[in-house]
Design a protein around this ligand. Structure first.
Ligand SMILES: Nc1ncnc2c1ncn2[C@@H]1O[C@H](COP(=O)(O)OP(=O)(O)OP(=O)(O)O)[C@@H](O)[C@H]1O
Ligand SMILES: [Mg+2]
Length: 223
């Protein structure tokens, strides 16, 4: 990576507008949002249910279109539906959701191996990842044979094993009990710190948000 690239922002969003239409109603979700993310930075997205956190993360990962405004990612200005996003999702952007999205027919080890190899990391030390995430001994189990917290650890292993340039986490501990949630959050922040990978994390939990460098609060279409 060149030094220029290192110092340019990871993400720059300018005057972003997004609405949905449902049942004859117009829902203004984002009404002119500005947001930036620098290398190694972590940003918490907060705001009430329905304020647009998931919509914003979906726009950043290229899964959702928008109406107006500019999205610049890794120094490239991308348009809604830009095909370059397919590669970015495969190789550069790790997503972690409330529930781990694992392939049910693959073992935990193969889930990690597959995600890493899709990102071009064909020499991933799968056993090492399982070990670091406290999952040794579970390599051959299938997703439905382990707990929700263990599945979420696999989701983290998949995210880190792909060596991403950006992590997008949408309530990554939202489905877990308090104790397991803390363990998963500790793991997420420990590996994030080690790799320096920038991260945007949507959460309702102020304690989790306070572990990020900055917080942006969305509220009915404005910041
Ligand atoms: N596909 C869609 N069609 C219509 N409306 C949608 C669609 N997706 C989201 N919305 C609406 O957009 C608004 C923002 O939703 P979003 O899921 O981004 O909120 P959120 O902040 O992530 O909420 P939560 O904290 O509950 O996860 C909500 O009013 C939601 O109902
Ligand atoms: Mg959401």
């Amino acid at each position: 990576m060149t030094s220029t690239r290192n110092h340019s922002p990871v993400l720059r969003i300018t005057a972003l507008r997004k609405h949905f239409r449902a049942a004859g109603e117009t829902i203004e979700v984002l009404a002119g949002l500005d947001l930036g993310l620098q290398p190694e930075e972590t940003l918490a997205l907060m705001g009430p249910s329905g304020s647009g956190k998931s919509t914003l993360l979906n726009i950043i990962s290229g899964l959702e279109s928008w109406d107006q405004g500019e999205v610049e990612l890794f120094g490239q200005v991308l348009s809604s539906g830009d095909r370059r996003w397919t590669n970015l999702r495969r190789e550069a952007i790790a997503t972690v959701f409330q529930e781990a999205n694992l392939m049910p027919a693959l073992s935990l080890a193969d889930n990690i191996r597959l995600r890493a190899s899709l990102a071009g990391r064909t020499r991933t030390d799968v056993a090492g990842w399982l070990d670091r995430l406290g999952l040794s001994g579970l390599a051959g189990r299938f997703p439905d044979q382990v707990s929700g917290g263990q599945r979420q650890r696999v989701a983290l292993a998949m995210a880190f094993a792909m060596e991403p340039r950006l992590i997008l986490a949408d309530e990554p501990t939202g489905s877990l009990d308090r104790h397991t949630a803390e363990q998963v959050a500790d793991t997420l922040f420990a590996f994030r710190r080690q790799t320096g990978c920038p991260m945007i994390l949507a959460t309702h939990d102020p304690a989790l948000a306070s572990r990020c460098d900055h917080t942006v609060t969305l509220d009915s279409g404005s910041v």
